[in-house]
Design a protein around this ligand. Structure first.
Ligand SMILES: [Zn+2]
Ligand SMILES: [Zn+2]
Length: 258
């Protein structure tokens, strides 16, 4: 059984683990080296044993610990060329850096990986699909808007971490300054609960069995509201949540097994 777990999720930090017991891949490390060590210990994994850290993009909530971990444990880093240029994580030995290209598959240990481009205000951001023997997993957060290209990449995932960043009304009527509201609502900002719900329905039709809604805004969302918006939409569409699909909200701090 492959472990696919969010270690932390939200504007304060993001990190996801996928492991089949032989290959342990971290995607993003938006936390300190010591917090990562604690989080991994719950899985019996030491940071020394990480096969790689994949990076989605250079925003601090995704890369805070990347430099420290790479230097301390000699962990290989995988990211697009522009992401690497913008990493700002201190010196990382060239031998640890692996440049990837959207849509170009590669392998790490026992996993196949496919990076796909996402519309987000970073240099060259990507989401990832991971392929083990007979299962596909996807990580799709920091997505300004859903499109057919992303959908085609994430369809058929049995398990997914899907962004459900904000409730549009909470954001519009909330206290964020106008430019920040515009940024989040823009095509290269973050995915709303409403769009997450519609995406979840399409995923379920493609066979998805477990969805964790993640990267929730602290100001403009709550776990209850995010869950309810998708739950209600799916229920209206005739999906029996709990039977047809497992739906949960990834914890801001703490492990969520997807
Ligand atoms: Zn970002
Ligand atoms: Zn982010």
């Amino acid at each position: 059984m492959v472990t696919f777990s969010s270690l932390i999720s939200g504007s304060s930090g993001n990190s996801t683990l996928i492991s089949d017991g032989r290959t342990h891949i971290l995607t993003d490390c938006g936390m300190s080296g010591s917090k990562l060590k604690d989080a991994l210990s719950a899985f019996g994994i030491s940071p020394d044993n990480l096969s790689a850290i994949l990076v989605t993009h250079e925003h601090i909530d995704h890369v805070r610990g990347v430099g420290v971990v790479a230097r301390r444990y000699g962990t290989p880093i995988y990211a697009t060329e522009k992401t690497i240029k913008n990493l700002n994580c201190g010196n990382i030995d060239d031998s640890l850096i692996h440049t990837i290209t959207p849509d170009a598959d590669f392998e790490i240990g026992t996993f196949g990986i496919r990076p796909f481009s996402i519309p987000h205000d970073a240099a060259d951001p990507v989401g990832y699909s991971y392929f083990s023997q007979d299962e596909k997993f996807s990580l799709a957060t920091d997505i300004g808007h859903m499109n057919d290209y992303i959908l085609s990449n994430i369809m058929g995932s049995s398990r997914i971490l899907l962004e459900s960043n904000h409730d549009v009304d909470m954001l519009q009527f909330g206290t964020y300054p106008f430019p920040l509201k515009q940024r989040i609502l823009s095509d290269v900002g973050h995915l709303s609960n409403e769009n997450a719900a519609m995406t979840a329905y399409k995923l379920i039709q493609s066979g998805t069995k477990s969805i964790a809604l993640g990267h929730l805004s602290n100001e403009n969302n709550t776990p209850e509201i995010a869950h309810l918006e998708t739950f209600n939409y799916l229920t209206q569409k005739g999906v029996s949540v709990g039977d047809d699909v497992r739906l949960q909200v990834a914890k801001r701090y703490g492990v969520t097994n997807i």
